[in-house]
Design a protein around this ligand. Structure first.
Ligand code: PMP
Length: 471
C-alpha cells in the first residue's frame, strides 16, 4: 500500500499540512480517539490521578520510576496514563491529551499502531523470552545496517544507558586511553561516567552531576561546550594520546533541542580521526527520527560507533550499539571486552522494532516529509502565537523534534539554554495541559510528534497556545 495514495493534502492558513494515512482509525486498536478533536477546558478532573500518585509515592521515590515523570520542574500533579492511541493519551480521570512526548521519542508511528500491536501479540504467543538466539535479531539488524552504513556490526541491549555505557567501554579498550569527552547538556543515560554536566533530568533539576559517582570516575569525563570546536581542539592539545572517545548527541534533545552548527559534526569527525580517538554518535533520540538513517544520514557523518534506542524498539525496551567491525569484534566471545544481557534481543522487543522500522523503510519518503511538515506547522505556529502575544520565545527545530525556549535566544549550547525562564515554561506547560496538550514536563527536553498527528491536532495545539500565552 502506497502511503502517498492515501495521504490527504489540507490547506490551512499557514500553508500545506499533510494529514497522514496513520490518522485513519483502522491503524489503531480503537479508532475513537483519533477521530475527535481536542476538547479545550480550563480545568480538568484529576481525583483518580491524585489517588494513584499518593499510592505510587509509598513505593517509588517521588512516586516515579524515572525522575522527569514527577513534573517537579513544571509544577502541578502528573496525570496517570490509562491508555493511548495515535496522537492521543487518556489519563485515569478520562482526560484526553494531544501527546508531544511520545514515550520520550519511540512513538513515531503513533500509540498502539496496529502493525506493532499485532507483531507483539504474535511474538508473545511463542513465549516472551528464551535466553537463546532467534531469527528476529538478525532480521532487525539487517534493517538497521541498511539504514546506517556506519554500522557494520552491532549488539542489542535493553536501554540507551546500556548502549552508551558499552560503547564507551569498547572505545577505551580499542584505544587503550581513559578520557571521554562529552558536551554540556548532552545526556547519554545514567552510567556513572556520563552523569557529568548532563542534560535531561540532571539539567532539569539544576544539579551538576550525581552523588554516588566517585570523583576518580567523574574526572575521566571532560565536559565541553556544544558547538565549540576550538575547545575540543584545546582538549586534544591538553591530553595528547589521552582521549579515548568523543561522545555527542548529533542534535541535542536533552538540553532542549539544539541543532549542530554548520561544520561542527564534520569538525568533530576530523579532529577525532586526526587524534586517534573514536567518535561515538549517540542517536538514541535522533535515530530513525531526524531521517530514516538518523543524524548520520541527515548530516552525512561516518562515526566509529553509533548508539540507538527508543524508535528502534517500537516502544519496547531496546538499545543498540554498533559500528565498525574492527571495534565490534573486540566484544566477548570474540574479543576481550565483556558485555552481556539476559534479555538483550528480547523477541517481543525485536518484533515491535521490526514492525516499526519496516513501516518506516517502506514509507520512507512519505513519512519523513509528513513529519517535517507537521512539526514545522506546530512548532512555528505556536512560536507565531508567542510573538503576537509579546512573549519572548526562541524555537529550535530539527525535523520532528523541537523546543520552545522561553528566552530571547539564540540557543546554541547548554549555557544559552539555561538562561530560559523556566518559571514561564512551567506556567505554559500547565496551561497547555489544562487545554488538552501534553508537552514534555521540562524546558530542557525536546518535544516530538509522529505520523498520527494531523492537521486537527496541529491546529488545536496552536489554538491552545494562543489562549495559554494570554493566561
Ligand atoms: N542517550 C540519549 C541521547 C537519550 O536521549 C537517552 C534517554 N533519553 C539515553 C541515551 C538513555 O536512554 P535510556 O533512558 O533508554 O537509558
Amino acid at each position: 500500500m502506497e502511503l502517498r495514495s492515501i495521504v490527504q493534502n489540507v490547506e490551512n492558513e499557514r500553508g500545506l499540512v499533510m494529514v497522514p494515512a496513520c490518522v485513519r482509525k483502522d491503524f489503531y486498536t480503537d479508532g475513537s480517539m483519533s477521530t475527535q478533536t481536542s476538547k479545550l477546558s480550563a480545568t480538568r478532573p484529576n481525583t483518580r490521578s491524585h489517588e494513584l500518585q499518593q499510592r505510587a509515592e509509598r513505593f517509588f521515590p517521588g512516586g516515579v520510576n524515572s525522575p522527569v515523570r514527577a513534573f517537579r520542574a513544571v509544577g502541578g500533579a502528573p496525570p496517570f496514563v490509562e491508555r493511548a492511541e495515535g496522537a492521543y493519551v487518556v489519563d485515569a480521570d478520562g482526560n484526553r491529551y494531544i501527546d508531544y512526548v511520545g514515550s520520550w521519542g519511540p512513538m513515531i508511528l503513533g500509540h498502539a499502531f496496529q502493525p506493532v500491536v499485532e507483531a507483539i501479540e504474535r511474538a508473545a504467543r511463542n513465549s516472551a523470552s528464551f535466553g537463546a538466539s532467534t531469527e528476529s535479531e538478525a532480521a532487525l539488524a539487517e534493517r538497521i545496517v541498511a539504514c546506517y552504513p556506519a554500522i557494520e556490526k552491532m549488539r542489542f541491549v535493553s536501554s540507551g544507558t546500556e548502549a552508551t555505557m558499552s560503547a564507551i567501554r569498547l572505545a577505551r579498550a580499542a584505544t587503550g586511553r581513559k578520557i571521554i569527552v562529552k558536551f554540556e547538556g548532552c545526556y547519554h543515560g545514567h552510567a556513572d561516567g556520563l552523569l557529568v554536566k548532563a542534560g535531561s533530568g540532571v539539567a532539569t533539576f539544576g544539579i551538576p552531576g550525581s552523588a554516588g559517582v566517585p570523583e576518580e570516575i567523574a574526572e575521566l569525563t571532560h565536559p565541553l561546550p556544544y558547538n565549540d570546536l576550538a575547545e575540543l581542539e584545546a582538549a586534544f592539545d591538553a591530553h595528547p594520546d589521552g582521549i579515548a572517545a568523543v561522545i555527542l548527541e548529533p542534535v541535542v534533545g536533552n538540553a532542549g533541542c539544539i541543532a549542530p552548527a554548520p561544520g561542527f559534526l564534520s569538525g568533530v569527525r576530523e579532529l577525532t580521526r586526526r587524534e586517534g580517538a573514536l567518535m561515538i554518535v549517540d542517536e538514541v533520540m535522533t535515530g530513525f527520527r531526524v531521517a530514516l538513517g538518523g543524524a548520520c544520514e541527515r548530516f552525512s557523518i561516518d562515526p566509529d560507533l553509533v548508539t540507538l534506542g527508543k524508535i528502534v524498539g517500537g516502544g519496547l525496551p531496546v538499545g543498540v550499539f554498533g559500528g565498525k567491525q574492527r571495534y565490534m569484534d573486540m566484544l566477548a566471545p570474540l574479543g576481550p571486552v565483556y558485555q552481556a544481557g539476559t534479555l538483550s534481543g528480547n523477541p517481543l522487543a525485536m518484533a515491535a522494532g521490526l514492525a516499526t522500522v519496516d513501516y518506516l523503510l517502506e514509507h520512507k519518503n512519505e513519512v519523513y516529509s509528513l513529519l517535517e511538515e507537521s512539526a514545522k506547522a506546530v512548532a512555528e505556529g505556536v512560536a507565531d502565537e508567542a510573538s503576537k502575544a509579546g512573549v519572548a520565545l526562541t524555537m529550535n527545530r530539527v525535523g520532528a523534534m523541537w523546543t520552545w525556549f522561553f528566552s530571547d535566544g539564540p540557543v546554541r549550547n547548554y549555557e544559552e539554554a539555561a538562561k530560559s525562564d523556566t518559571a514561564a515554561f512551567g506556567r505554559f506547560h500547565r496551561a497547555m495541559l489544562n487545554r488538552g496538550v501534553w508537552l514534555p514536563p521540562s524546558q530542557f527536553e525536546a518535544a516530538f510528534l509522529g505520523t498520527a498527528h494531523g492537521e486537527a491536532e496541529v491546529q488545536a495545539t496552536i489554538d491552545a497556545a494562543r489562549e495559554a500565552f494570554r493566561d
